[in-house]
Design a protein around this ligand. Sequence first.
Ligand code: SIN
Length: 290
Amino acid sequence: MAIPVRKCDAALGAEIVVDLSRAIDDRTFTELEGIFHDNIVVFFRDQHLTNEQHIAFSRRLGELEIHIVKKYLLPEDPEILLVSNIKNDAGEHIGLADAGFTWHSDTSYRKNPSRCSLLYAKEVPHRDGKPLGDTVFANCIAAYEALPDAMKRRLAGTKAIHRYSMRRRVDNSPRPKLTAAQLAETPDIAHPIVRSHPYTGRKALYVTAGECIGIVLRDGEQMPEDEALDMIAELDAHCVRPEFCYRHSWRIGDLVMWDNASAMHLAICDYTLPERRLMHRTTVIGPEPI
Ligand code: SIN
């Protein structure tokens, strides 16, 4: 029997009706993967998952990343990164409080960036009965396909340089400083601006103003910085045009899974304590982009 799927009225996104706490056989899993590749963002409502079930389902998609900022990992399950604005008794955030406040693709600063991320909603902020803290996703395959041919030719063979510490927080202060060892673990990395999807081969734009700091041309020379930053900003703005986007309004128990090779995303920070947001994220490592 086919898995029930409800496509969103947007350029990407679909709801899949499956209870992820139950055993999923290989045939069903392969079908799920196909739906995922077709829709780029899929979500499963009303889930009741233990950490182990969240991790086990994620592991079927590949090896899991242990996030570079260790203090926000669950000590007993370090594959789970807490994304949260909640503070402990010492007044410190219990999770990454500013994850995703600029458009980005998860761990694009890695040589092997994330294939996909799975974010599970434990607490969702509300005001006047309305959920806050939505996440917006942009379809970078559709964005690439909509580019004029001249721009496609110009981008062929170019790379964007991704930097971890580039991303700015909502208050415009830089990310927390990494230790020397963490910096050594995340050197700048150049990835193709137009990447081919590792499973479907479809081409997508892979460049974000949040994390890219330069462009390497086809001949290996770097584009002048001003020109590169302008082009990065232009491509980023193109990708996030409303017609390429889906905005997810969270409910407790949602598990949203997105394809980092063909989408970028943005977390909307329209809430503040005592409005609490708590998410558990697993991140699946992908192949080197080509
Ligand atoms: C992320 O960028 O991984 C977090 C997205 C979110 O919290 O909505």
